[in-house]
Write a protein that binds this ligand. Structure first.
Ligand SMILES: Nc1nc2c(c(=O)[nH]1)N[C@H]1C(S)=C(S)[C@@H](COP(=O)(O)O)O[C@H]1N2
Ligand SMILES: [Mo]
Length: 302
């Protein structure tokens, strides 16, 4: 199955550019890291001008419970994950359901760099230079039926390669969901890389969601299924602890987690003496997204 937004870049150019990029500054910036596939992406006005965290920080301080609950477990264990071949099944209320390859969902000539703040519900923050495509571009090409009101996402279930899945830490596979207007918002992307290269396994290779105004757990990694439905789906963390994690999970300094304050956070890499920073409404994206929640009680819809 092919989506109609086909890659208009000639194959020879594509291969050439890849070979060129392999020796470029983007690749050199990775220092001692194993060389991954280089990706070219155009800059976006939706990027923050805050300085990104280092590649080192972004790939060694992770939450990816399929590979363990420690922050350094994903970096240690995720190399074993087979990410090629990979396909994403688009199902439910769409005109063109089917299995799609990563290059079909996010063709190289459509890639954008989106430098976003990532605020985890655990009250830390990083800035990540993602590479990806708007989720809206994928949903539009798949063709939304008018009855599609929510999108549900599912991570790969593969306990042979994901040691965390051999234990009932969460109800596997990891699942997430968005309301359709959230999914279609220009800030919402499917990311296939960061820092000029294909997505490191520990960050959700080969394709993951990024929703920058919501707590990090909404940004589900290593997606194999996108399902369009009429009713609101249950997400994994909501199912685990409904009193602590909801469906919306919008970053909100005024609504505390039952066990800790959300008023401030720690910036990863800022240093021991940096002090905490005030958390921003919708993680700093209020101008773009506040209207999505007009009239909603965000204390009830946490
Ligand atoms: N499948 C899956 N996706 C996931 C998680 C997970 O454990 N499994 N953790 C989430 C959480 S809590 C956060 S903060 C972000 C972290 O993304 P990063 O490791 O790329 O910074 O991924 C999210 N996506
Ligand atoms: Mo998180």
């Amino acid at each position: 199955m092919k989506l109609s937004w086909s890659d208009v870049t000639p194959q020879w150019m594509y291969l050439n550019r890849r070979a060129f990029m392999a020796g470029s500054a983007a690749a050199l910036a990775l220092g001692g890291q194993a060389q991954a596939q280089a990706l070219t992406a155009r800059p976006s006005p939706l990027s923050t001008d805050e300085a990104p965290n280092s590649f080192e920080e972004i790939t060694n301080y992770n939450n990816f419970y399929e590979f363990g609950t420690g922050k350094d477990d994903p970096a240690r264990n995720a190399a074993a994950l087979t990410t090629d071949p990979w396909s994403v099944e688009i199902t439910g209320l769409v005109e063109r359901p089917g299995r799609y390859g990563v290059e079909d969902l996010a063709p190289e000539n459509a890639l954008e760099e989106r430098i976003y703040r990532l605020r985890c519900v655990e009250a830390w923050l990083m800035v990540v230079p993602w590479i990806g495509v708007p989720l809206a571009s994928v949903l539009n090409r798949a063709g939304l039926r008018p009855s599609a009101k929510y999108v549900e996402f599912e991570t790969l279930l593969r306990p042979e390669e994901m040691p965390g899945q051999r234990r009932p830490i969460l109800d596997w596979p990891y699942r997430e969901g968005l309301r359709i207007d959230e999914a279609m918002h220009p800030l919402t992307i499917l990311a296939t890389g960061l820092y000029g290269q294909a997505m490191p396994n520990q960050n959700g290779a080969p394709i993951r969601l990024v929703v920058p105004w919501k707590y990090g757990f909404k940004s589900i990694k290593s997606i194999v299924r996108i399902n369009l439905r009429e009713d609101q789906p249950m997400n994994t963390w909501q199912q685990m602890q409904p009193g602590e994690y909801g469906f919306y999970a919008n970053v909100n300094p005024q609504v505390d987690h039952p066990r800790w304050s959300q008023a401030t956070h720690r910036r990863i890499g800022a240093g021991l003496f940096a002090g905490r920073e005030p958390t921003l409404m919708f993680n700093g994206y209020a101008d773009q997204v506040a209207s999505l929640y007009a009239g909603m009680d965000l204390r009830v819809n946490y």
